[in-house]
Design a protein around this ligand. Structure first.
Ligand code: RIB
Length: 293
């Protein structure tokens, strides 16, 4: 069982031909609401690939909250530790244009989770094969969950997104850290390749279509990305993380797990919505069999 401690958002997505300039009003083409949140996305990615997944988080007592919990249940994710609290669910305001996205997250209920609640879930964390987290929750909550896992020898993946919440105190407690290139620069400064050497087989930097890079203790390894036709890149990083968790939890070697995660991420961008394109296992195996770039 993989446990995800993370955010659950409703994504309010506007598609437009170009991003408006500062102070400009532009007409959009389409407005859609779809389930998102880095935590929920990573949970869904792992569940679609066949992992048992348990979610810890919070939504509001509003229509979005009901819909988000129902969506997680439909994916077969355990939601008994997703609380419904007073106030609004988290939302992400997403602008899709020019093959890219711009996102503003309003955490809402996600920020109501407390360290005391995490303490009360120690047994759940301790019984997990692997625990996965991001930084859309209060940082002390993430810190506490990492400490509990560390104490109980449970491996963790911390996806440090958004990186602005990252603090160096988190690092010693996580088993794996999975920033993208921008986040790696924010955390380690310009020379993140040097940081890779300090954390062999633990720190992997995702590089979009190029793939992902880590250091195996002797050499730098660039695991190439798979060719894809991107429709919507929202949630590609989350798919990578969910797939990496699935692969590591079932005992795959690190490089193989990264390759599996790259293949899953390449499929995820081919459909609209953070969760819309997240693949099932058979599709990932097929993409991997299609050749390694
Ligand atoms: O990583 C993509 C996600 O970031 C979106 O689903 C949005 O909710 C934000 O959390």
């Amino acid at each position: 069982m993989i446990t995800v401690v993370g955010s659950i958002n409703m994504d309010l997505v506007v598609q437009t031909d170009r991003f408006p300039k500062q102070g400009e009003t532009a007409l959009g083409n389409l407005y859609t609401t779809v389930p998102g949140g880095k935590g929920a996305n990573q949970a869904v990615a792992a569940a679609r690939l066949g992992s048992g997944v348990h979610m810890i988080g919070a939504v509001g007592q509003d229509a979005f909250g009901d819909e988000l919990v129902a969506g997680l249940k439909e994916e077969g994710i355990q939601v008994q530790h997703v609380k419904q609290t007073d106030g609004a669910s988290g939302i992400a305001n997403i602008l899709l244009s020019e093959g890219d996205n711009r996102i503003i997250v309003v955490p809402g209920a996600n920020h109501s989770v407390t360290t005391e609640e995490i303490d009360a879930l120690t047994d759940q964390l301790a019984a997990s094969y692997l625990v996965m987290m991001q930084l859309e929750m209060p940082i002390p909550v993430i810190q506490r969950a990492l400490e509990i896992c560390h104490q109980h020898g449970v491996p963790t993946i911390l996806n440090p997104a958004p990186a602005s919440g990252f603090t160096a105190e988190l690092l010693p407690y996580c088993t794996y850290l999975t920033p993208n290139e921008t986040e790696a620069e924010e955390i380690f400064g310009g020379d993140w390749e040097a940081a890779l050497e300090e954390y062999p087989n633990r720190l992997v930097v995702t590089l979009g279509q190029k793939g992902a890079q880590f250091y195996d203790g002797e050499k730098h390894v660039l695991v190439g990305g798979f060719p894809t036709k991107a429709v919507d890149t929202t949630g590609a990083g989350d798919t990578f993380n969910g797939a990496l968790a699935s692969a590591l939890a079932e005992g795959q070697a690190f490089e193989e797990a990264v390759r599996f995660a790259n293949a899953a991420a390449s499929l995820s961008v081919e459909k609209f919505g953070a969760q819309g394109g997240m693949p099932e296992r058979a599709a990932v195996i097929e993409r991997m069999a299609g050749g390694r770039p």
